[in-house]
Design a binder for this molecule. Structure first.
Ligand code: HEM
Length: 527
C-alpha cells in the first residue's frame, strides 16, 4: 500500500515536472514567434494595431463575450463598444490573438478598406481556411476562391448581370404579384419578412433555372427547408472549427443532408440543360423570353460540378441579402407614415395606381432609391466581412494597412485575418456632416438626407467595392424597387404590430430583423 502511494506520488511528480517543462518550452516557442512577427511587422514599416487580447485566457474571454453578444443579437453594439473604447491613436482598428500565430485585425477605417478591396487587392483573399469550411456547400465557386479560379468564376457570371438582361422585369412581376396575393386583407397581421424570404427564393431560382422553387405556394418543400437550414448549419460548423480537431466529434449529418436536398433539386435542371445540343443552346441563349442563367453557364462549361457550384453561390448571394434589406425597409417605413406618404406620392407620380413600372422609370425614382440606400446604410445586409492574406497569389507578400491622420500604418503578415466591418463603418459619426435641417442625426432613418449628401468613396460600402464588388447590385436594386412600387400601389398605410423599439439585429452572415417584421397593410382608397 505504502509502496503504491510512493510510486503514485513519483509518477505524479514526474508528470508535473514534464508538464511544466513542456509548458515552459511552449511558452518560449510562442514568445519567439511573437518576437519574430514583431520584427517582421517593423521591417514592413508598420506597427501593430491596439491589442485587446493576446493569449488563450484573454482570447477565450473575448470569444465568450462575442458568443454572448451573438446570442443576444447585440454584435453591432459589441463592436461599437470595443471601437469606442480604443485610445485616440487607434480609434478605428484593433487586433486580437489567441496565440501569437493567429492574429486578427478588425477595422472600420475607409483607407484600410480601400487598400484591402482595391489598392492592395492582390495581397488579400478569402484564403484556404474559408475555402475548407465553405466548400462542401459552395464548392469552388466565386465565393470560396481567390486568384485565377475566382477570376474565371467572375468572368463566367458577370455577363448574366448586364443591364439588358436585368431590364426585363417579367420575373419580378410574376413573383412579386404572387407574393402580394399572399398578404391578408387590410388590417390583418402578417410577418412580411417571411414572405420576402420566400419571394426572393422564388425570384432567384426563376432567374437562375427558368423555374421557381415556388416557396410562396409551398413553403414546406424539402428544398426550401434545406436552403433555409443550410446556412444555420454552416455557421454552427464554422464556429465549432475553433475547437478543431474536436469539431469532428459533432455530427455533420444535417449539414450534408441539407446539401444533398439542395443538389437533388438543382441537378436535374443542370442535366436537362447539358443534354441540349449546342446549336439549340446557342439559339436559346439569344431568346429574350426563354434564356436563363443556367443556359448561359452551359454555353461556357459542360462541367456539372462547376455549374452546380456557381448556381448555389448566386442563389445564396441573391436571396437572403435582398429579403433582409426589404424586411428592414418595411420595418422602418412602418414607423414613419410621412415617409410612406412621400414614397407613395412618387409611385403615383411616376407609375400611377395601375401602371407597370419599367426599368427606366424605377431608375428615375429618387426617393425610392434613397429609401433603399438609407436602409442599407443603417443595416448593410452583409455587416461583417473577413479576408485573409491570400496564399494563392504569386505576388504574395506581407503588407501594411495605410496610416491615417494620427494613426500609424499597421503591418499585416501572411496568414493574418483582417475583418472589415461595414456596419461599424456606417455607424462612425465623425464621417458624417453635422446634424442640420437637411441632415438628420445619422442614427435615424432619413432617406431625405440623400438629396443633399453623398458619402465619400469607401465610407459607404453595402455592396463591397473594388474587383469583388457585388455583381448583383443592379439586379438587387431593381428587384427591391419593383417590389416596393407594387406594394405601395396597392397599400397606403403600414402599421407595425409588435414592439418596434424592441427590434434587434440578428447577424448570421446576413443581418436581418431578429423579431421578424409583424405588420398590417391597409389598402389605399381607390381614385
Ligand atoms: C441587397 C442586396 C445585396 C447586397 C447588400 C449584396 C452585397 C454583397 C457584398 C457585400 C458582397 C461581397 C461579399 C464577400 O466578399 O464575401 C457581395 C458579393 C456577391 N454578390 Fe451580392 N449583394 C446583394 C444582392 C445580390 C444579388 C441579388 C446577387 C445575384 C443574384 C448577388 C450576387 C453576388 C455575388 C455572385 C457575389 C460574389 C462576388 C465576388 O466575390 O466576386 N448579390 N454582395
Amino acid at each position: 500500500m505504502i509502496l503504491s502511494i510512493n510510486l503514485g506520488g513519483g509518477t505524479t511528480g514526474a508528470f508535473l515536472t514534464y508538464g511544466l517543462l513542456a509548458l515552459t518550452l511552449y511558452t518560449i516557442y510562442q514568445l519567439a514567434i511573437a518576437a519574430k512577427r514583431n520584427v517582421a511587422i517593423r521591417k514592413l514599416g508598420g506597427q501593430r494595431a491596439y491589442l485587446i487580447s493576446s493569449n488563450p485566457i484573454t482570447g477565450t474571454r473575448l470569444a465568450l463575450r462575442s458568443l454572448k453578444h451573438a446570442s443576444q443579437n447585440k454584435v453591432a453594439e459589441m463592436y461599437d463598444e470595443t471601437f469606442n473604447s480604443l485610445p485616440p491613436e487607434s480609434r478605428h482598428a484593433y487586433e486580437h490573438q489567441f496565440l501569437p500565430g493567429s492574429r486578427t485585425i478588425e477595422t472600420r477605417e475607409p483607407l484600410h478598406i480601400k487598400a484591402i478591396l482595391a489598392g492592395d487587392f492582390h495581397s488579400f483573399g478569402k484564403g484556404p481556411g474559408f475555402h475548407r469550411i465553405w466548400s462542401p456547400f459552395l464548392g469552388d465557386s466565386i465565393f470560396t476562391t481567390d486568384g485565377k479560379l475566382w477570376h474565371n468564376s467572375r468572368s463566367l457570371i458577370r455577363p448574366m448581370f448586364m443591364t439588358e438582361r436585368i431590364s426585363d422585369l417579367i420575373i419580378f412581376e410574376r413573383q412579386i404579384e404572387k407574393m402580394i396575393s399572399h398578404i391578408p386583407p387590410s388590417g390583418q397581421t402578417i410577418d412580411i419578412m417571411d414572405l420576402f424570404f420566400r419571394m426572393t427564393l422564388d425570384v432567384t431560382t426563376d432567374f437562375l433555372l427558368g423555374e421557381s422553387a415556388n416557396s410562396l405556394d409551398n413553403p414546406n418543400s424539402e428544398f426550401t427547408f434545406a436552403f433555409n437550414d443550410v446556412l444555420r448549419q454552416q455557421i454552427r460548423l464554422a464556429v465549432l472549427r475553433i475547437f478543431r480537431p474536436f469539431d469532428r466529434l459533432v455530427s455533420h449529418a444535417e449539414y450534408y443532408r441539407d446539401i444533398r436536398k439542395i443538389e437533388e433539386f438543382i441537378m436535374p435542371y443542370i442535366q436537362r440543360t447539358l443534354a441540349i445540343p449546342s446549336a439549340e443552346l446557342e439559339k436559346l441563349t439569344k431568346s429574350d423570353t426563354e434564356s436563363t442563367f443556367l443556359h448561359n453557364l452551359a454555353r461556357f462549361t459542360q462541367d456539372p460540378k462547376v455549374i452546380r457550384d456557381q448556381l448555389i453561390a448566386v442563389l445564396l448571394a441573391g436571396r437572403d441579402t435582398t429579403a433582409a434589406t426589404l424586411s428592414w425597409t418595411f420595418y422602418y417605413l412602418a414607423a414613419y407614415p410621412d415617409k410612406v406618404d412621400r414614397l407613395r406620392a412618387e409611385v403615383l407620380e411616376f407609375v400611377g395606381e395601375h401602371g407597370t413600372p419599367t426599368y427606366e422609370i424605377l431608375k428615375n425614382m429618387k426617393y425610392l432609391r434613397y429609401t433603399i440606400q438609407e436602409t442599407l446604410r443603417l443595416n448593410p445586409a452583409v455587416p461583417l466581412n473577413v479576408l485573409t492574406i491570400s496564399i494563392m497569389k504569386e505576388a504574395l507578400a506581407d503588407t501594411v494597412l495605410p496610416s491615417t491622420p494620427g494613426s500609424p500604418s499597421i503591418g499585416v503578415l501572411k496568414g493574418d485575418t483582417v475583418c472589415y466591418n461595414p456596419m461599424s463603418l456606417h455607424g462612425r459619426r465623425d464621417l458624417y456632416p453635422p446634424v442640420s435641417e437637411k441632415f438628420a442625426d445619422p442614427s435615424l432613418f432619413s432617406p431625405e438626407r440623400w438629396y443633399s449628401w453623398q458619402p465619400r468613396p469607401w465610407e459607404y460600402i453595402p455592396f463591397n467595392g473594388g474587383p469583388r464588388i457585388c455583381p448583383g447590385q443592379n439586379f438587387a436594386m431593381t428587384e427591391m424597387a419593383y417590389c416596393i412600387v407594387r406594394m405601395l400601389q396597392k397599400y397606403g398605410r403600414i402599421e407595425y404590430r409588435g414592439d418596434w423599439h424592441a427590434q434587434q439585429d440578428k447577424m448570421a452572415v446576413i443581418s436581418r430583423p431578429a423579431l421578424g417584421v409583424p405588420v398590417a397593410f391597409y389598402e389605399a382608397q381607390k381614385n
